[in-house]
Design a protein around this ligand. Sequence first.
Ligand code: SF4
Ligand code: SF4
Length: 416
Amino acid sequence: MNLEEVKKISESRDIYLWGARRVGFSTLNSLAKEGVLVKGFLDSSPDIQGTVVRGQPVFPPNEILAKPPADNFIVITSELHVNEISNVCDESGLSHNKDYIAALELQTYDYIVDVSGVCNLKCLSCPRGNRRIHPKPGFMSASHFEKVLTKIVREDPLTGAIALYNLGEPLLNPEFPEIVEICNSKGVLATLSSNINIKKSFVDTIKAKPALFRISASGYGSSYEITHRGGNWNLFLDNMYKLNYWREKYNPEMQVEVFYHLYKDRTEDYQKMAKLCKELNFSLRVCHAALLALDNINSFLEGETLTEEAIKTMELQILSVTEAMSIAKKTQNLPCTVLSSLAITWDSKVMACSCWYDPKLRISDEDFLDIPLEKIVRLRNSCELCKLCRKNGLHRYFNAYLDESLVRKKDSLYKN
Ligand code: SF4
Ligand code: SF4
Protein backbone atom coordinates (compact mmCIF):
# COMPACT_ATOMS: atom_id res chain seq x y z
CA MET A 1 0.00 0.00 0.00
CA ASN A 2 1.23 3.50 -0.76
CA LEU A 3 0.34 7.03 0.23
CA GLU A 4 -2.07 7.50 -2.67
CA GLU A 5 -4.08 4.48 -1.52
CA VAL A 6 -4.20 5.81 2.04
CA LYS A 7 -5.43 9.14 0.66
CA LYS A 8 -8.17 7.36 -1.26
CA ILE A 9 -9.24 5.38 1.83
CA SER A 10 -9.39 8.57 3.89
CA GLU A 11 -12.20 9.84 1.64
CA SER A 12 -14.59 7.22 2.99
CA ARG A 13 -13.14 5.98 6.30
CA ASP A 14 -11.85 7.54 9.50
CA ILE A 15 -8.07 7.31 9.89
CA TYR A 16 -6.57 6.59 13.31
CA LEU A 17 -2.90 6.54 14.23
CA TRP A 18 -1.99 3.88 16.80
CA GLY A 19 0.88 5.32 18.83
CA ALA A 20 0.93 8.94 20.04
CA ARG A 21 4.67 9.42 20.16
CA ARG A 22 7.38 10.36 17.69
CA VAL A 23 6.32 8.14 14.79
CA GLY A 24 2.71 9.18 15.44
CA PHE A 25 3.71 12.84 15.29
CA SER A 26 5.67 12.19 12.12
CA THR A 27 2.80 10.44 10.35
CA LEU A 28 0.25 13.00 11.51
CA ASN A 29 2.44 15.74 10.08
CA SER A 30 3.24 14.04 6.78
CA LEU A 31 -0.39 13.01 6.18
CA ALA A 32 -1.58 16.56 6.96
CA LYS A 33 0.86 17.89 4.35
CA GLU A 34 -0.87 15.58 1.85
CA GLY A 35 -4.30 16.82 2.90
CA VAL A 36 -5.19 13.67 4.87
CA LEU A 37 -6.89 14.48 8.15
CA VAL A 38 -6.98 11.91 10.92
CA LYS A 39 -9.68 11.30 13.51
CA GLY A 40 -7.32 10.80 16.41
CA PHE A 41 -4.66 8.67 18.06
CA LEU A 42 -5.04 5.27 19.69
CA ASP A 43 -2.67 4.50 22.52
CA SER A 44 -2.44 1.70 25.07
CA SER A 45 -0.94 3.97 27.73
CA PRO A 46 -3.70 4.87 30.23
CA ASP A 47 -1.86 8.06 31.14
CA ILE A 48 -2.61 9.73 27.82
CA GLN A 49 -5.94 8.13 26.93
CA GLY A 50 -8.62 10.80 27.04
CA THR A 51 -6.11 13.60 26.52
CA VAL A 52 -5.44 15.67 23.40
CA VAL A 53 -2.03 15.31 21.71
CA ARG A 54 -1.11 17.67 18.89
CA GLY A 55 -4.72 18.63 18.57
CA GLN A 56 -5.89 15.01 18.31
CA PRO A 57 -7.96 13.10 20.86
CA VAL A 58 -6.33 9.94 22.21
CA PHE A 59 -8.63 6.90 22.42
CA PRO A 60 -8.12 3.52 24.09
CA PRO A 61 -7.59 1.10 21.16
CA ASN A 62 -10.53 -1.14 22.16
CA GLU A 63 -12.96 1.71 21.71
CA ILE A 64 -12.15 1.94 17.99
CA LEU A 65 -11.56 -1.79 17.45
CA ALA A 66 -15.12 -2.41 18.67
CA LYS A 67 -16.51 -0.37 15.75
CA PRO A 68 -17.23 -1.92 12.31
CA PRO A 69 -13.88 -2.28 10.45
CA ALA A 70 -15.35 -0.75 7.30
CA ASP A 71 -15.68 2.62 9.08
CA ASN A 72 -12.04 2.96 10.12
CA PHE A 73 -8.49 2.53 8.91
CA ILE A 74 -5.55 2.24 11.30
CA VAL A 75 -1.98 3.33 10.67
CA ILE A 76 0.33 1.76 13.25
CA THR A 77 2.68 4.46 14.49
CA SER A 78 4.29 2.67 17.40
CA GLU A 79 8.09 2.69 17.38
CA LEU A 80 8.70 -0.80 18.75
CA HIS A 81 5.43 -2.68 19.10
CA VAL A 82 4.38 -2.94 15.46
CA ASN A 83 4.19 -6.74 15.54
CA GLU A 84 2.18 -6.89 18.74
CA ILE A 85 -0.29 -4.25 17.48
CA SER A 86 -0.61 -6.02 14.12
CA ASN A 87 -1.54 -9.18 16.05
CA VAL A 88 -4.21 -7.32 18.01
CA CYS A 89 -5.60 -5.93 14.74
CA ASP A 90 -5.65 -9.42 13.18
CA GLU A 91 -7.34 -10.91 16.23
CA SER A 92 -9.97 -8.16 16.02
CA GLY A 93 -10.83 -9.23 12.49
CA LEU A 94 -8.88 -6.52 10.65
CA SER A 95 -6.76 -7.31 7.60
CA HIS A 96 -3.34 -5.94 6.81
CA ASN A 97 -3.37 -3.59 3.79
CA LYS A 98 -7.16 -3.49 3.86
CA ASP A 99 -7.88 -2.20 7.35
CA TYR A 100 -4.44 -1.32 8.70
CA ILE A 101 -0.81 -0.75 7.78
CA ALA A 102 2.33 0.27 9.63
CA ALA A 103 3.46 3.86 9.08
CA LEU A 104 6.98 2.70 8.35
CA GLU A 105 5.70 0.81 5.31
CA LEU A 106 5.15 4.25 3.76
CA GLN A 107 8.70 5.50 4.28
CA THR A 108 12.14 3.92 4.41
CA TYR A 109 13.30 4.94 7.88
CA ASP A 110 12.46 6.74 11.08
CA TYR A 111 15.47 9.07 11.43
CA ILE A 112 17.55 9.71 14.53
CA VAL A 113 20.22 12.40 14.32
CA ASP A 114 22.33 12.43 17.48
CA VAL A 115 23.34 16.09 17.26
CA SER A 116 25.25 15.86 20.51
CA GLY A 117 27.99 13.31 21.05
CA VAL A 118 28.40 14.39 24.66
CA CYS A 119 26.45 13.89 27.88
CA ASN A 120 26.85 15.61 31.23
CA LEU A 121 25.67 12.53 33.18
CA LYS A 122 26.92 8.99 33.55
CA CYS A 123 23.72 7.08 34.25
CA LEU A 124 24.32 3.60 35.63
CA SER A 125 22.23 1.87 32.98
CA CYS A 126 23.61 3.84 30.02
CA PRO A 127 26.77 2.98 28.09
CA ARG A 128 27.96 6.52 28.83
CA GLY A 129 28.11 5.40 32.46
CA ASN A 130 28.82 1.70 32.19
CA ARG A 131 31.20 1.22 29.24
CA ARG A 132 34.88 2.04 29.17
CA ILE A 133 35.31 2.87 25.48
CA HIS A 134 33.34 5.83 24.14
CA PRO A 135 32.78 7.40 20.74
CA LYS A 136 34.64 10.61 19.92
CA PRO A 137 32.85 13.57 21.57
CA GLY A 138 31.53 16.57 19.64
CA PHE A 139 28.49 18.37 18.27
CA MET A 140 26.89 18.51 14.84
CA SER A 141 26.81 22.10 13.62
CA ALA A 142 23.51 23.64 12.53
CA SER A 143 24.89 24.15 9.01
CA HIS A 144 25.83 20.47 8.71
CA PHE A 145 22.51 19.42 10.18
CA GLU A 146 20.74 21.42 7.50
CA LYS A 147 22.55 19.39 4.83
CA VAL A 148 21.69 16.12 6.61
CA LEU A 149 18.02 17.03 6.88
CA THR A 150 17.88 18.20 3.27
CA LYS A 151 19.15 14.78 2.16
CA ILE A 152 16.72 12.93 4.44
CA VAL A 153 13.71 14.85 3.15
CA ARG A 154 14.82 14.52 -0.47
CA GLU A 155 15.34 10.76 -0.22
CA ASP A 156 12.51 9.93 2.18
CA PRO A 157 9.89 12.66 1.64
CA LEU A 158 7.31 11.27 4.09
CA THR A 159 9.61 12.04 7.02
CA GLY A 160 7.38 14.16 9.24
CA ALA A 161 9.44 14.21 12.45
CA ILE A 162 12.97 13.56 13.48
CA ALA A 163 14.62 12.49 16.74
CA LEU A 164 17.47 14.81 17.67
CA TYR A 165 18.95 12.43 20.25
CA ASN A 166 20.24 8.96 20.83
CA LEU A 167 22.91 8.68 23.50
CA GLY A 168 23.87 12.31 23.94
CA GLU A 169 22.39 15.34 25.68
CA PRO A 170 21.02 17.55 22.88
CA LEU A 171 20.65 20.70 25.00
CA LEU A 172 24.45 20.82 25.36
CA ASN A 173 24.79 21.51 21.64
CA PRO A 174 25.21 25.32 21.52
CA GLU A 175 23.41 25.46 18.17
CA PHE A 176 20.49 23.31 19.25
CA PRO A 177 17.79 26.05 19.01
CA GLU A 178 18.94 26.73 15.45
CA ILE A 179 18.74 23.00 14.66
CA VAL A 180 15.12 22.93 15.88
CA GLU A 181 14.35 25.99 13.72
CA ILE A 182 15.85 24.26 10.68
CA CYS A 183 13.50 21.30 11.25
CA ASN A 184 10.50 23.61 11.44
CA SER A 185 11.57 25.55 8.34
CA LYS A 186 11.54 22.26 6.41
CA GLY A 187 8.17 21.21 7.79
CA VAL A 188 9.69 18.43 9.92
CA LEU A 189 8.77 18.22 13.60
CA ALA A 190 11.69 18.26 16.03
CA THR A 191 11.64 15.84 18.97
CA LEU A 192 14.18 15.58 21.74
CA SER A 193 14.95 13.68 24.90
CA SER A 194 16.90 15.41 27.64
CA ASN A 195 17.99 14.84 31.22
CA ILE A 196 17.34 18.61 31.85
CA ASN A 197 20.06 18.42 34.47
CA ILE A 198 21.91 21.38 33.07
CA LYS A 199 22.63 24.75 34.58
CA LYS A 200 22.44 26.82 31.41
CA SER A 201 19.05 28.12 30.37
CA PHE A 202 17.30 26.21 27.60
CA VAL A 203 14.56 28.75 27.03
CA ASP A 204 15.79 29.38 23.47
CA THR A 205 15.12 25.74 22.65
CA ILE A 206 11.51 26.07 23.84
CA LYS A 207 11.15 29.29 21.85
CA ALA A 208 12.39 27.44 18.75
CA LYS A 209 9.30 25.20 19.12
CA PRO A 210 10.18 21.53 19.25
CA ALA A 211 7.07 19.33 19.02
CA LEU A 212 7.95 16.74 21.65
CA PHE A 213 10.16 17.22 24.69
CA ARG A 214 10.93 14.01 26.53
CA ILE A 215 12.59 14.03 29.93
CA SER A 216 14.39 10.93 31.14
CA ALA A 217 14.06 10.28 34.87
CA SER A 218 14.46 7.56 37.47
CA GLY A 219 13.70 7.84 41.18
CA TYR A 220 12.76 10.98 43.09
CA GLY A 221 15.05 13.00 45.36
CA SER A 222 18.16 11.13 46.45
CA SER A 223 17.27 7.89 44.60
CA TYR A 224 17.28 9.85 41.32
CA GLU A 225 20.94 10.73 41.90
CA ILE A 226 21.92 7.05 42.31
CA THR A 227 20.71 5.94 38.89
CA HIS A 228 20.94 9.26 37.02
CA ARG A 229 24.56 9.32 38.15
CA GLY A 230 26.13 12.78 38.18
CA GLY A 231 22.70 14.41 38.26
CA ASN A 232 21.49 16.84 40.88
CA TRP A 233 17.90 16.36 42.01
CA ASN A 234 17.28 20.01 42.95
CA LEU A 235 18.53 21.20 39.57
CA PHE A 236 16.29 18.65 37.84
CA LEU A 237 13.26 19.71 39.87
CA ASP A 238 13.92 23.39 39.29
CA ASN A 239 14.20 22.77 35.54
CA MET A 240 10.94 20.78 35.51
CA TYR A 241 9.16 23.91 36.78
CA LYS A 242 11.06 26.18 34.40
CA LEU A 243 10.20 23.94 31.47
CA ASN A 244 6.53 24.11 32.39
CA TYR A 245 6.67 27.89 32.69
CA TRP A 246 8.48 28.33 29.37
CA ARG A 247 6.17 25.91 27.60
CA GLU A 248 3.10 27.82 28.73
CA LYS A 249 4.67 31.10 27.71
CA TYR A 250 6.36 30.24 24.40
CA ASN A 251 5.25 26.86 23.06
CA PRO A 252 1.96 25.62 24.58
CA GLU A 253 1.48 23.04 21.81
CA MET A 254 4.68 21.23 22.78
CA GLN A 255 4.05 17.77 24.24
CA VAL A 256 6.14 17.11 27.35
CA GLU A 257 6.59 13.53 28.42
CA VAL A 258 8.52 12.17 31.38
CA PHE A 259 10.00 8.80 30.53
CA TYR A 260 10.38 7.12 33.88
CA HIS A 261 12.75 4.17 34.30
CA LEU A 262 11.47 1.95 37.06
CA TYR A 263 13.91 0.34 39.52
CA LYS A 264 13.35 -1.75 42.65
CA ASP A 265 12.09 -0.29 45.93
CA ARG A 266 10.89 3.00 44.46
CA THR A 267 7.11 2.71 44.67
CA GLU A 268 6.74 5.94 46.59
CA ASP A 269 9.19 7.70 44.29
CA TYR A 270 7.08 6.79 41.30
CA GLN A 271 3.95 8.08 42.99
CA LYS A 272 5.67 11.37 43.79
CA MET A 273 6.78 11.68 40.17
CA ALA A 274 3.24 10.95 38.99
CA LYS A 275 1.95 13.72 41.28
CA LEU A 276 4.54 16.17 39.98
CA CYS A 277 3.68 15.33 36.35
CA LYS A 278 0.01 15.86 37.07
CA GLU A 279 0.74 19.23 38.64
CA LEU A 280 2.81 20.30 35.63
CA ASN A 281 0.52 18.69 33.05
CA PHE A 282 3.34 16.52 31.69
CA SER A 283 2.47 13.05 30.48
CA LEU A 284 4.21 10.17 32.19
CA ARG A 285 5.44 7.01 30.52
CA VAL A 286 6.92 4.21 32.51
CA CYS A 287 9.16 1.30 31.60
CA HIS A 288 11.18 -1.28 33.47
CA ALA A 289 14.72 0.06 33.65
CA ALA A 290 16.88 -1.72 31.09
CA LEU A 291 20.61 -2.21 30.97
CA LEU A 292 21.88 -0.50 27.81
CA ALA A 293 23.41 -1.03 25.32
CA LEU A 294 23.21 -4.35 23.48
CA ASP A 295 27.02 -4.57 23.73
CA ASN A 296 26.52 -5.25 27.47
CA ILE A 297 23.82 -7.85 26.90
CA ASN A 298 25.94 -9.64 24.34
CA SER A 299 28.85 -9.65 26.82
CA PHE A 300 26.51 -11.00 29.52
CA LEU A 301 25.33 -13.83 27.25
CA GLU A 302 28.94 -14.62 26.37
CA GLY A 303 29.83 -14.84 30.07
CA GLU A 304 32.21 -11.87 29.88
CA THR A 305 32.86 -9.65 32.90
CA LEU A 306 30.70 -6.52 33.00
CA THR A 307 31.70 -3.20 34.54
CA GLU A 308 30.73 -2.50 38.15
CA GLU A 309 28.15 0.05 36.94
CA ALA A 310 26.48 -2.53 34.69
CA ILE A 311 26.42 -5.03 37.56
CA LYS A 312 24.94 -2.40 39.89
CA THR A 313 22.23 -1.68 37.32
CA MET A 314 21.34 -5.36 37.21
CA GLU A 315 21.09 -5.47 41.00
CA LEU A 316 18.57 -2.63 40.95
CA GLN A 317 16.43 -3.97 38.10
CA ILE A 318 12.88 -5.24 38.52
CA LEU A 319 12.87 -6.96 35.15
CA SER A 320 16.15 -8.84 35.07
CA VAL A 321 18.25 -9.25 31.94
CA THR A 322 17.67 -13.00 32.16
CA GLU A 323 13.90 -12.57 32.29
CA ALA A 324 13.91 -10.02 29.47
CA MET A 325 16.04 -12.30 27.31
CA SER A 326 13.71 -15.20 27.97
CA ILE A 327 10.79 -13.02 26.72
CA ALA A 328 12.92 -11.91 23.78
CA LYS A 329 13.77 -15.51 22.87
CA LYS A 330 10.08 -16.41 22.75
CA THR A 331 9.53 -13.80 20.02
CA GLN A 332 12.87 -14.37 18.29
CA ASN A 333 11.14 -15.25 15.03
CA LEU A 334 9.60 -11.76 14.80
CA PRO A 335 11.36 -9.14 12.70
CA CYS A 336 13.48 -6.44 14.30
CA THR A 337 11.58 -3.18 14.77
CA VAL A 338 14.81 -1.24 15.36
CA LEU A 339 15.77 -1.91 11.75
CA SER A 340 13.18 0.63 10.68
CA SER A 341 15.12 3.45 12.35
CA LEU A 342 18.35 4.95 11.07
CA ALA A 343 20.78 6.59 13.49
CA ILE A 344 23.25 9.21 12.31
CA THR A 345 26.01 10.31 14.67
CA TRP A 346 27.04 13.90 15.42
CA ASP A 347 30.00 13.43 13.06
CA SER A 348 27.67 12.34 10.26
CA LYS A 349 28.34 8.61 10.24
CA VAL A 350 25.61 5.98 9.90
CA MET A 351 25.45 3.64 12.86
CA ALA A 352 24.84 -0.03 12.23
CA CYS A 353 22.17 0.18 14.92
CA SER A 354 21.02 2.72 17.51
CA CYS A 355 20.93 0.02 20.22
CA TRP A 356 24.65 -0.79 20.12
CA TYR A 357 27.37 1.55 21.39
CA ASP A 358 30.79 0.42 20.21
CA PRO A 359 32.13 3.32 18.09
CA LYS A 360 33.44 0.85 15.52
CA LEU A 361 29.91 -0.27 14.63
CA ARG A 362 29.28 1.98 11.64
CA ILE A 363 27.95 0.72 8.32
CA SER A 364 30.66 2.66 6.47
CA ASP A 365 33.45 5.19 7.00
CA GLU A 366 31.76 7.48 4.49
CA ASP A 367 29.80 10.56 5.47
CA PHE A 368 26.00 10.10 5.51
CA LEU A 369 25.82 12.88 2.92
CA ASP A 370 27.85 10.76 0.50
CA ILE A 371 25.91 7.49 0.82
CA PRO A 372 22.76 7.20 -1.29
CA LEU A 373 19.75 5.84 0.57
CA GLU A 374 19.63 2.66 -1.57
CA LYS A 375 23.20 1.86 -0.51
CA ILE A 376 22.36 2.47 3.16
CA VAL A 377 19.43 0.07 2.88
CA ARG A 378 21.64 -2.52 1.22
CA LEU A 379 24.40 -2.22 3.80
CA ARG A 380 22.01 -2.40 6.73
CA ASN A 381 20.08 -5.34 5.34
CA SER A 382 23.27 -7.35 5.00
CA CYS A 383 24.79 -6.21 8.29
CA GLU A 384 26.73 -8.93 10.18
CA LEU A 385 25.74 -7.35 13.50
CA CYS A 386 22.06 -7.97 12.73
CA LYS A 387 22.81 -11.62 12.04
CA LEU A 388 24.50 -11.97 15.44
CA CYS A 389 21.64 -10.13 17.10
CA ARG A 390 18.91 -12.26 15.55
CA LYS A 391 20.75 -15.49 16.25
CA ASN A 392 20.65 -14.69 19.97
CA GLY A 393 17.23 -12.97 20.10
CA LEU A 394 18.91 -9.70 21.13
CA HIS A 395 16.83 -7.75 18.61
CA ARG A 396 13.74 -8.30 20.82
CA TYR A 397 15.44 -7.33 24.11
CA PHE A 398 14.18 -3.74 24.27
CA ASN A 399 10.64 -4.76 23.33
CA ALA A 400 10.43 -6.48 26.72
CA TYR A 401 11.62 -3.39 28.59
CA LEU A 402 9.43 -0.94 26.73
CA ASP A 403 6.29 -2.99 27.21
CA GLU A 404 4.13 -0.88 29.52
CA SER A 405 1.56 -3.66 29.82
CA LEU A 406 4.26 -5.84 31.38
CA VAL A 407 4.77 -3.18 34.07
CA ARG A 408 1.08 -3.54 34.91
CA LYS A 409 1.09 -7.34 34.56
CA LYS A 410 4.02 -7.69 36.98
CA ASP A 411 2.42 -5.09 39.26
CA SER A 412 5.82 -3.41 39.27
CA LEU A 413 4.48 0.00 40.29
CA TYR A 414 3.18 -1.30 43.59
CA LYS A 415 5.01 -4.46 44.61
CA ASN A 416 8.57 -3.26 44.50
S1 SF4 B 1 20.84 7.89 29.78
FE1 SF4 B 1 20.80 9.88 28.77
S2 SF4 B 1 21.26 11.30 30.44
FE2 SF4 B 1 21.93 9.33 31.14
S3 SF4 B 1 24.10 9.21 30.58
FE3 SF4 B 1 22.90 8.26 28.93
S4 SF4 B 1 22.61 9.88 27.44
FE4 SF4 B 1 23.19 10.83 29.38
S1 SF4 C 1 18.88 -6.88 14.44
FE1 SF4 C 1 20.00 -6.04 16.19
S2 SF4 C 1 21.64 -4.86 15.26
FE2 SF4 C 1 20.14 -5.22 13.68
S3 SF4 C 1 18.81 -3.38 13.77
FE3 SF4 C 1 17.88 -4.99 15.04
S4 SF4 C 1 18.60 -4.55 17.12
FE4 SF4 C 1 19.93 -3.49 15.68
